[in-house]
Write a protein of this length. Structure first.
Ligand code: IFM
Length: 482
């Protein structure tokens, strides 16, 4: 098959592409927020300390063959104990904001009832440390660590989880509402549904394929109820959500390929963004109505809850997706992870041989960040609040040199190119900031420690932190701002 011509994404100009930190800093809009992002389960460790109880990921990582390198997150990067050092790293880096997640099973073990004082105390200390360092806290309420008892009751297949999540949001609002600058309700509900409930790649490991779609609605309902809970506490911070967006491109000709690309755009992008921003699910093509029936039949009252006005919209961008007709040859996804059931699909994700890739095999395509922003401008004109790129970054194999340094040129180039696009923005979208995924090499879910996204290298044995070249480059860029 001949690669489809990319007609939609204009080339970056020389000045946008520059790797020169000071030159790039000069292109940053005034008051642009630079941040780094992490998630509790990927960095904290201490999974049996401070009253924390298991989440669905604790269970999943203990099952045979779930994690590609056989590792687990019981220590992760030991951030629970080393957070002062990590905040110091951020302060020295010069970022304006830090996006982290509040572990639900740490703060409300079991997912119901009273808060765990020790869990709250950990985030209290972290938030205070950040504020003392002049860094604005952005707190995510759900980054995939559903408390295990709620998972036993069905997790996000069960509507009740949305209400339990709102209770947790209220606990967090009461405890931290006076200090958190920005709240993200849910991170990437797309990934939870597709990887967790449809394809069996992530916890809880369900392989329900299209029967997983009700988890979309329950997560979004949880988002809306959490917004209401935060507002009921008059939190001082702004409120948003973080959805991941991947522009979808049909690969090859023919009606079927176009229809599969449309289906993928719906299941990856639109069924999450449309209800939040427009208050309705997309109009599904007649041929797809059976698949989407659970979303077609929802109550209008739920949609009103889901479409709560937001102060900002978080967009995670990593890559575009090319969809081709025909079942995948086996259950291995392009990034090497095993997806039970993928080979039942009538389409597959095609590679981008003409583009460089990260070590996850993801295409490096900064132009498509512009396409993602343009998609939002077109689809949600007049309804889109200011946008933060709440995640963007790349995994590469880093080689530690004899002198201990890590010269991650590819990651530096990746960040330079993507930041340049974020600075330029797109007509109709007010881009206010970019949060780099991620501060530290961490535990990358089903890939364990095999994929490193960090600006800072972490030695898995000693937990020693070593800033990479990308960290030094960003430090220069941030220092060069006015
Ligand atoms: O590590 C994840 C993160 O938890 C959610 N967004 C994508 C990242 C890279 O895979």
């Amino acid at each position: 098959m001949t690669p489809a011509k990319n007609t939609t994404s204009p080339k970056l100009t020389e000045s946008e592409w520059t790797h020169d930190a000071a030159g790039l800093a000069a292109l940053a809009p005034k008051d642009f927020t630079f941040g780094v992002a992490t998630a509790a389960f990927q960095i904290e460790g201490a999974i049996r300390e401070g009253g924390r109880e298991p989440s669905t990921w604790d269970t999943f990582m203990g099952q045979p063959e779930r994690i590609s390198d056989g590792s687990d997150a019981s220590i992760a990067t030991d951030h629970y104990h080393r957070y002062p050092e990590d905040v110091r790293l951020m302060k020295e880096l010069g970022v304006d904001a830090y996006r982290f997640s509040i572990g639900w099973p740490r703060v409300q073990p079991g997912g119901v009832g009273k808060a765990n004082r020790e869990g709250l105390a950990f985030y209290d200390r972290l938030i205070d440390e950040l504020l003392a360092a002049g860094i604005r806290p952005m707190a995510t309420l759900f980054h995939w660590d559903t408390p295990e008892p709620l998972q036993h009751a069905g997790g996000w297949l069960n509507r009740d989880t949305a209400y339990r999540f709102a209770d947790f949001a209220l606990i967090a609002a009461e405890a931290f509402g006076d200090r958190v600058a920005q709240w993200v309700t849910i991170n990437e509900p797309t990934t939870v549904t597709l990887n967790g409930y449809a394809l069996g790649i992530h916890a809880p490991g369900a392989t329900l394929m299209f029967d997983s779609l009700i988890t979309v609605h329950h997560q979004l309902l949880g988002h809306g109820l959490a917004v209401q809970a935060l507002r009921s506490e008059d939190v001082v911070g702004q409120i948003g959500i973080a959805n991941v967006h991947s522009p979808v491109i049909p690969y090859g000709k023919g009606f079927k390929t176009g229809a599969y690309a449309e289906l993928f755009d719906l299941i990856h992008n639109r069924i999450y963004a449309d209800p939040v921003l427009l208050g309705r699910y997309p109009k599904f093509p007649r041929s797809m109505r059976t698949i989407f029936r659970p979303l077609i039949e929802v109550d209008d009252a739920d949609l009103a809850i889901i479409a709560q006005p937001l102060d900002f919209y978080g967009l995670n961008y990593y890559m575009p997706t090319r969809i081709a007709s025909g079942a995948p040859t086996d259950n291995t996804m392009p990034d090497g992870v095993w997806a039970a059931g993928a080979s039942q699909l009538p389409f597959h994700i095609a590679p981008w041989p003409e583009l460089p890739t990260t070590s996850f095999g993801w295409p490096v395509a900064p132009d498509y960040l512009r396409v993602a922003l343009a998609d939002y401008a077109t689809r949600y004109a007049g309804k889109l609040p200011p946008v933060y790129i709440t995640e963007g970054g790349a995994s590469f194999v880093d080689t530690v040199q004899a002198d201990g340094s890590i010269d991650d040129e590819s990651r530096t180039a990746y960040l330079a190119e993507h930041l340049a696009v974020a600075f330029a923005g797109a007509p109709g979208v007010d881009v206010r900031g970019y949060f780099i995924w991620t501060l530290l090499d961490n535990w990358e879910w089903a890939a364990g420690f095999s994929q490193r996204f960090g600006l800072v290298h972490v030695d898995a044995d000693t937990q020693d932190r070593t800033p990479k070249r990308s960290y030094r480059w960003l430090q220069q860029l941030l220092g060069a701002r006015g």
